[in-house]
Write a protein that binds this ligand. Structure first.
Ligand SMILES: *Cc1c(COP(=O)(O)O)cnc(C)c1O
Length: 371
């Protein structure tokens, strides 16, 4: 396995252990490929592979046959280029002014999103066209050519002359809601855009888009989150394997009887004789403070409620229902794992799994499996 570029704290010194199953990521990649039939499947590894480590994740996927990678920032592309000298690396955030020569020297493909970016790429490449992509905005109002600029190109196709256009792509806003009419509207707009710009290959769907059916597949799919085990079909059972586990270490266990309160702001009142375990994990490690008094962990499969406010480095649990000798210093509390999924944790924090993953902290001991 290729090591991540970020250091991992040794286990005996770490407050928490993050498990990342590379074999499950590869399994999920294969599942997505099966759902795509003969359509090529790229991998989105932006934001440090959704927090799981760019180098080990990308390497495992490359070994499994993935040939096309997407990152958000050019900096992520440069990091990935060191590892994968020959793979296609597309940079979704486009061509920032001043980055043109860096794209070329690292053989990275900018996803151009405006006439201005197109012009700058043409000018910087001169008479030697270099690969680039075009992003069409079909309804997100975020990145990509707006309808007005697409119309300008329709009237004057020579605006694209001298481009080595690899992909024409667009991004779905509501793919995780299969019933949303926005999916079909965007599909229709993307088809119109392809009539105006039929060059290169077409790429439309993210993880959830893959499950909207073959109409959405085009030439290349761009899944991210499903690779990392998140359910791309929220109203149906998860077709993906879980990838991540997170366990925090108990530092101390306290006996408490009323009247007493736990943590900052005394937000949890002890109402009966209890045992309170303090674990070495907090919001500085990416555990949302919104989980205060709203989540739970598991010790040896026994549910232990999260009580009191989450602090920067510590989180408290009511371990009164665990047998003597189980909740002790050094013992591990499962926060993400077979008993408590990443999605449950995200729901309890009123957020989405994407945000939990990409917030995972730097103070964990990281254990990679397989790859
Ligand atoms: C992040 C992103 C993806 C991957 O989306 P998932 O929902 O994680 O599968 C695909 N395309 C674009 C443009 C993105 O920004």
């Amino acid at each position: 396995m290729i090591k991540p570029s970020e250091p991992s704290i040794p286990e005996h010194l770490a407050g928490a252990v993050l498990g990342i199953n590379l074999d499950a990521i590869v399994g999920n990649y294969r599942t997505l490929c099966q759902n795509l039939d003969t359509v090529a499947c790229a991998a989105v590894v932006k934001a440090n592979a959704y927090g799981l480590g760019l180098e080990p994740v990308a390497m495992a996927l490359a070994k499994a046959g993935c040939e096309i990678f997407f990152v958000a920032h050019i900096d992520e592309g440069i990091r990935l280029r060191r590892l994968l000298p020959d793979h296609q690396i597309h940079v979704l955030n486009g061509l920032m002014t001043g980055s043109e020569s860096d794209f070329r020297s690292h053989c990275l493909i900018p996803v151009l999103g405006s006439l201005q970016e197109i012009r700058r790429w043409q000018q910087s490449c001169g008479s030697e066209p270099q690969p680039c992509d075009l992003h069409i905005d079909t309804g997100m109002l975020r990145l990509g050519l707006p309808p007005s600029e697409l119309a300008t190109i329709a009237n004057d196709p020579s605006l694209l002359s001298g481009l080595d256009l690899q992909l024409v792509l667009s991004h779905l806003a509501s793919a995780d809601d299969a019933a949303s009419v926005q999916n079909q509207q965007q599909l229709e707009l993307f088809r119109q855009a392809r009539q105006i710009i039929p060059t290169g290959r077409a790429s439309f769907c993210n993880s959830s888009g893959i499950f909207l059916g073959a109409d959405y597949h085009f030439d290349i799919a761009r899944p991210g989150v499903a690779l990392y085990g998140i359910n791309p079909t929220p109203t149906r059972p998860n077709p993906m394997q879980a990838v991540v586990t997170l366990h925090a270490r108990i530092l101390q266990v306290r006996e408490a009887s009323p009247p007493a309160h736990v943590g900052y702001g005394a937000s949890f009142a002890i109402c009966q004789p209890s045992r309170v375990a303090t674990a070495a994990i907090g919001y500085a490690d990416g555990i949302p403070r919104a989980l205060s008094n709203r989540s739970h962990g598991y010790i040896d499969g026994l549910k232990v409620p999260l009580i009191g406010r989450i602090s920067m480095d510590l989180t408290t649990f009511d371990v009164s229902n665990t047998p003597a000798g189980v909740a002790v210093p050094g013992q591990w509390i499962e926060l993400i794992g077979p008993n408590h999924s990443l999605e449950q944790l995200a729901q309890e924090a009123d957020t989405i799994s994407y945000e939990i993953l990409t917030s995972l902290g730097r103070r964990y001991h990281r254990v990679y499996k397989g790859g």
